[in-house]
Design a binder for this molecule. Structure first.
Ligand code: ZN
Length: 244
């Protein structure tokens, strides 16, 4: 893993921005901001790391990328940004896992920025819309064995818990605070996906990993509420919530 100087980061980002403006913006490719507050954004860091030496870019493993991101975000375990920058944001990043390249053989779990003058193969701003129909959804359901990620009920059969319901799978958010798009969808039966239950963040196995609506706390015991209050009080140094 190569550490980059501030100068290298700034100059590579400038290069990327110039190519983006000239060639990629018109296709709807999204240029990540370099900064968020005092930090660099993960998206920008990943793009910069992949763009080193452009146009002679190297194949970079996810492990190497993760080590690099850890310099700035020590708690990072698994960098997903390279995949998202390609499939969702339109950057021409070849991926060894996605099996989407032709002449270049990229090992599984590695990436290569192929071009800054062309966008990701088949990318258009409208492509996101296609995620909501057709192959993506069908393949996703297939990957889950046509079962609800949360309760395991199978599509077209009787619901596991309610015998009078025939299961129809719906596109459920993994994280309801983010857009319903590739990477953020799990199949859920209607009972697990009721809109008024947008309280939880799930992993891809349908396990709850976080909350997405603070109202959940209203249903907690006083003991848990007190513990949450105590944590937040410490975290925000007892500040008035209006001033945070
Ligand atoms: Zn379910």
């Amino acid at each position: 893993m190569k550490k980059l100087t501030t100068q290298e980061i700034l100059s590579t980002y400038k290069l990327i921005s110039e190519y983006h403006k000239k060639y990629l913006k018109k296709y709807g490719v999204i240029l990540p901001n370099l900064h968020k507050g005092d930090s660099y954004t993960k998206d920008a860091l990943v793009l910069i790391y992949l763009a080193q030496g452009y146009p002679d870019t190297k194949i970079i493993s996810k492990t190497e990328l993760t080590e690099f991101i850890k310099i700035y975000y020590p708690n990072t375990n698994d960098v997903q940004q390279a995949r998202h920058l390609g499939a969702q944001k339109g950057w021409y990043i070849l991926s060894g896992t996605r099996n989407d390249n032709t002449s270049i053989n990229i090992p599984s779990g590695s990436y290569k920025l192929k071009s800054l003058t062309e966008c990701y193969s088949g990318f258009t701003a409208e492509r996101r819309e296609e995620l909501f129909s057709g192959d993506y959804w069908e393949n996703l359901k297939k990957a889950y064995g046509y079962r609800c990620a949360c309760c395991g009920s199978e599509e077209g059969r009787k619901h596991r818990y309610w015998n009078n319901i025939t299961v129809v799978l719906q596109k459920g958010h993994k994280d309801p605070t983010k857009p319903l798009e590739e990477g953020n969808i799990i199949p859920q039966c209607e009972s697990c996906n009721r809109p008024d239950r947008n309280y939880w963040v799930y992993d891809d196995k349908g396990r709850v990993i976080s909350i997405s609506n603070e109202k959940v706390i209203d249903g907690c015991s006083r003991k848990v509420q007190k513990a949450i209050y105590s944590r937040l009080y410490k975290k925000f140094n007892g500040m008035n919530p209006e001033e945070i």
